[in-house]
Design a protein around this ligand. Structure first.
Ligand code: GDP
Length: 444
């Protein structure tokens, strides 16, 4: 899981502060030392760390934080805000052209995830904007790169313009753009060649393509797992190509966090998207505040909600929100939500996005069995329609009947009903803006 070490160390630093009744300047100094080490260990760029720690220390000592009733919490907030700040404050959307097509050029080292990300982006544009993208295969060096893009194109339903591997990439792009003009595609995504490391020949070729295509967006794809290297690569590409944004891939792996925290400061260019898996829908907009939440172990509730909404039609989502608010959420809705969750991906990944769950030791080695959901469904399906609508009807004799009908034990039925009621109450409270219980993440 990404950021695990960093999250743990930052939390340790905060716990040290929380144990004290009153926090002194020297306590802050100790905590800062911990935070500094945590960041360096996470492979964050040295200059970024230095500036980060300095800012946090000044804010923590300079204001009335130390005299307040909750200094530890306030310091957590200062760290949170500074994490958001180094990652760029707000999400930055894709640059768009005033006339079609908007041209996006993907660049990056070999294996970073360019081709995969091109496909993910195309898929997202279709989903979000009903776009009609065309992808151009301009990587003529890597064996099978053209075929890979064609396959990805087929998977996401996007045409791929290719001329094999015997033509000059600039020529391929020129003809690809002509094709897009003829077909009136609204987006063109150019997949370019990578190398194992930055070399002059590659940079020259990419410059030539840039000059010809005049892209609205040059997205550098970097592998988050490579830490400092990703930051250096970003610096190198930016110097030569003046990139417009970064896609950080493999954030589903156990990256330490360095790239996410350094790239913006070092290059001045925003991270626009993150890749969180090999599947072609595993791409998310990069929100610095949500990433800061995640780094601090506060989960990533918003991304979770967005994921659910993507698979959801809007009306359904509205209905669900209303039901939660009115507390009329019943077992039929519960099963519907289970189906949604099953469609969203591995449950353990989803659980980790819930506030407080990210570093919950109980979840560390959890592998949720999809069978559990099937069991829950079996229990619900053994209820009568009336019982599903009104869980209060479920007296002991009804529960015994349901257990027999679903082939589950009475204890399991009881447990499931209890959990249902608890989550219904929690959702109801949250929908009213009451996040009590969540603040325990910070301790006090
Ligand atoms: P390219 O050489 O830059 O075009 O890289 P590819 O698109 O071929 O990706 C290299 C490998 O990384 C492939 O096995 C991809 O499936 C994998 N990959 C790409 N993005 C992600 C991601 O966000 N998460 C994970 N886990 N794997 C990814």
């Amino acid at each position: 899981m990404a950021f695990e070490g960093l999250t743990e160390r930052l939390q340790n630093a905060f716990n040290g502060l929380r144990k004290k009744g009153k926090v002194t300047e020297s306590d802050v100094r100790d905590a800062m030392r911990e935070i500094r080490l945590a960041l360096l260990e996470a492979d964050v760029n040295f200059d970024v760390v230095k500036k980060f720690v300095k800012t946090v220390r000044e804010k923590a000592v300079g204001s009335e934080v130390l005299d307040s009733l909750t200094p530890a919490q306030q310091i957590v907030k200062i760290v949170h805000d500074e994490l958001v700040n180094v990652m760029g404050d707000a999400a930055v959307p894709l640059n768009k052209s005033e006339h079609i097509p908007t041209i996006i050029m993907m660049v990056g080292l070999q294996g970073a995830g360019k081709t995969t990300t091109a496909g993910k982006l195309a898929k997202r544009l279709i989903q979000d904007e009903k776009a009609r993208p065309l992808m151009i295969a301009a990587d003529i060096y890597r064996p099978a790169a053209v075929d890979q893009l064609v396959t990805v194109g087929q998977q996401v339903g996007v045409p791929v313009f290719e001329m094999g591997t015997d033509h000059d990439p600039v020529d391929i792009v020129r003809q690809g753009l002509a094709e897009a003009a003829a077909k009136k595609n609204d987006y063109v995504i150019i997949d370019t060649a990578g190398r194992l490391e930055i070399d002059e020949q590659l940079m020259q070729e990419l410059s030539n393509i840039k000059e010809l295509a005049q892209p609205n967006e040059i997205l550098l794809v970097v592998d988050a797992m490579t830490g400092q290297v990703a930051t250096q690569v970003a610096e190198g590409f930016n110097e030569r190509l003046d990139i417009t944004g970064v896609v950080l891939t493999k954030l589903d792996g156990d990256t330490r966090g360095g790239a996410a925290l350094s790239i913006r400061s070092v290059t001045g260019k925003p991270i626009k998207f993150v890749g969180q898996g090999e599947k072609l829908d595993a791409i998310d907009v990069f929100y610095p505040d949500r990433m800061a939440d995640r780094i601090l172990g506060m989960g990533d509730m918003m991304t979770l909600i967005e994921k659910a909404q993507q698979d959801y039609d809007e009306k359904q989502a509205e209905d669900m929100a209303r039901k939660i608010k009115e507390n009329s959420f019943d077992f039929n809705d519960f099963v519907e939500q289970m189906d949604q969750i099953q469609n969203m991906g591995p449950i353990e990944d989803i659980m980790k996005m819930i506030p407080g769950m990210a570093n919950n030791p109980a979840l560390k080695n959890v592998k949720m069995d999809p069978k559990d959901i099937d069991h829950i469904k079996a229990i619900v399906y053994s209820m009568t329609p009336k019982e599903r609508e009104d869980p209060d009807l479920l007296n002991p004799s009804r529960r015994r009947r349901i257990a027999a009908g679903s082939g589950r034990s009475v204890q399991e039925v009881n447990r499931m009903i209890k959990q249902f009621k608890q989550s219904r109450d929690m959702m109801n409270k949250m929908s009213k803006g009451n996040f009590n219980g969540m603040e325990n993440m910070f301790g006090s």
